[in-house]
Design a protein around this ligand. Structure first.
Ligand SMILES: Cc1ncc(COP(=O)(O)O)c(C=O)c1O
Length: 437
């Protein structure tokens, strides 16, 4: 048992200069965050010298875990040439060629700096292309920190309204009402109600944004029929379909979109395509991406960005994506299947009202006896949140780092050893917590 003196000392400095002592709420933890010292492969070591298996992987951006040798060599090779130029680079073109070749729905790609920026660009491109303004999104879905994208992302029972017409709730205090009014909220995995709502706004909608395994909807997979019905509706009504694959690109060689009989007009990406560096991108058909073309007679969507297509990111991203093909994807998804199976077994053995959702290499544990299929089903009461924190802390004290949402994100650096360690500790946690449900 460590006394955490170094963390306490760091936090007392941090609280003086950072609001709440942190720069992003994702690492918030009481009494203070963990502070990283270094990581290697599937493991991360904090400044107290405690090593844990990393099931957070910087919120799904470290697809190959920490300090992958091939990736580090590539990063160092670029570092020696220079980190940023007011010029294009060959590696940016090579990366774009790779992505266009790999993903069936991409003709052109534009790199940006975060998933948030990718969604912002996708919304603006959709507006520019369609001449319409509103966007539709699922209640509870997180699409980054942008006024329009975050509407009703954290709706609660006391403000979410009728499921047949969910309320438009702001996340940030004093978000302009005009922004809220431009967003159409649809229920997740509820075809009939979603289509009813969309029908009422068909002539005003620029795009529907969809995430096939939305993190803030508890990594509940979107039902195939839901996605395909919405896609068909979008096509019929000249509304663009935007896939948010910021997390889900990892699901298959062709991203989560390859699970469905759909071809998104635009795809927003981030996280893993940066090989550990800040990144985002939008990609889509020639016709839609033409709005960004500075050679056009009329440039509908002028776009730039000091760090867009930064060569360090491009080099790391390209190398990382090349390492994530074929066997690497199959192995990762098998490990995740093994993990979900073992979690279910542990839940049955401990006989606790808990369940696990997820798909591909992302999963979430819910303090619920019945598996949720929608945002409202999965909504956490304060008791559930307390139980989740209890589990997260139990796991952290026994060598496992989870995401603060009780989610688990795997990396290719993991083997069955790490999964089995997780399952063993998880069973012990469930037994320890049984009386608290
Ligand atoms: C599905 C999804 N979209 C968009 C974003 C925003 O990405 P970023 O944090 O890189 O801005 C995230 C981040 O977690 C996400 O999970």
């Amino acid at each position: 048992m460590t006394n955490n003196l170094k963390s306490e000392a760091l936090f007392s400095r941090a609280i003086e200069v950072l609001p709440g002592g942190i720069s992003r709420n994702a690492i918030f933890r009481k009494p203070y965050p963990f502070y990283a010292a270094h990581g290697k492969g599937a493991y991360i070591t904090d400044i107290e010298g405690v090593e844990r298996i990393d099931f957070a992987n910087n919120m799904a951006s470290l697809i190959h875990g920490h300090c992958n040798d091939v990736l580090n060599d590539a990063i160092k090779s670029q570092l020696d040439k220079g980190v940023a130029f007011t010029m294009g680079t060959e590696v940016e073109i090579e990366f774009a060629e790779y992505m266009v070749e790999r993903y069936g729905s991409f003709d052109k790609i534009r790199f940006v700096n975060s998933g948030t920026e990718a969604i912002m660009a996708a919304i603006r491109a959709s507006r520019a292309y369609t001449g319409k303004v509103k966007i539709a999104k699922a209640e509870g879905a997180y699409h980054g920190a942008y006024d329009y994208a975050e509407v009703s992302e954290n709706s609660k029972p006391d403000n979410w309204g009728d499921v047949a017409a969910p309320n438009n709730n702001p996340v940030v205090f004093n978000t302009p009402k005009s922004a809220l009014d431009e967003v159409v909220i649809i229920p997740f995995n509820d075809i009939e109600r979603a289509i009813n709502i969309l029908d009422q706004h068909a002539s005003e909608l620029a795009c529907i944004i969809l995430d096939a395994i939305p993190h803030r909807i508890g990594f509940i997979p979107a039902q195939k029929q839901y996605v395909e019905t919405l896609a068909a509706w979008a096509k019929k009504n000249s509304v663009l379909l935007v896939f948010d694959e910021v997390i889900t690109l990892r699901a298959e060689l062709g991203g989560a979109q390859s699970w469905f009989d759909v071809k998104p007009d635009l795809t927003a990406m981030g996280k893993m395509i940066g090989g550990g560096f800040p990144v985002g991108a939008i990609a889509g058909s020639d016709e839609v991406m033409q709005v960004l073309n500075p050679l056009a007679d009329k440039v509908l969507f002028p776009h730039s960005g000091t760090f867009s297509a930064n060569p360090m990111t491009m080099m790391a991203g390209l190398t990382s994506m090349r390492l994530f093909e074929g066997q690497a994807i199959t192995k990762l998804n098998h490990l995740a299947d093994r993990m979900r199976l073992q979690i279910k077994e542990a839940i049955a053995v401990a006989d606790v009202p808990v369940c696990v959702t997820g798909a591909a290499s992302v999963s979430k544990i819910h303090m619920l006896g019945q598996t949720p299929t929608s945002y409202r089903d999965h909504f956490k009461s304060s008791k559930m949140k307390k139980l989740e924190n209890r589990l997260i802390e139990y796991m952290a004290a026994n060598g496992v780092l989870m995401v603060g949402t009780c989610s688990l994100i795997l990396s290719t650096a993991m083997e069955t050893k790490e999964i089995d360690h997780f399952s063993e500790v998880f069973l012990a946690a469930m037994r320890d917590m049984k009386s608290e449900f």
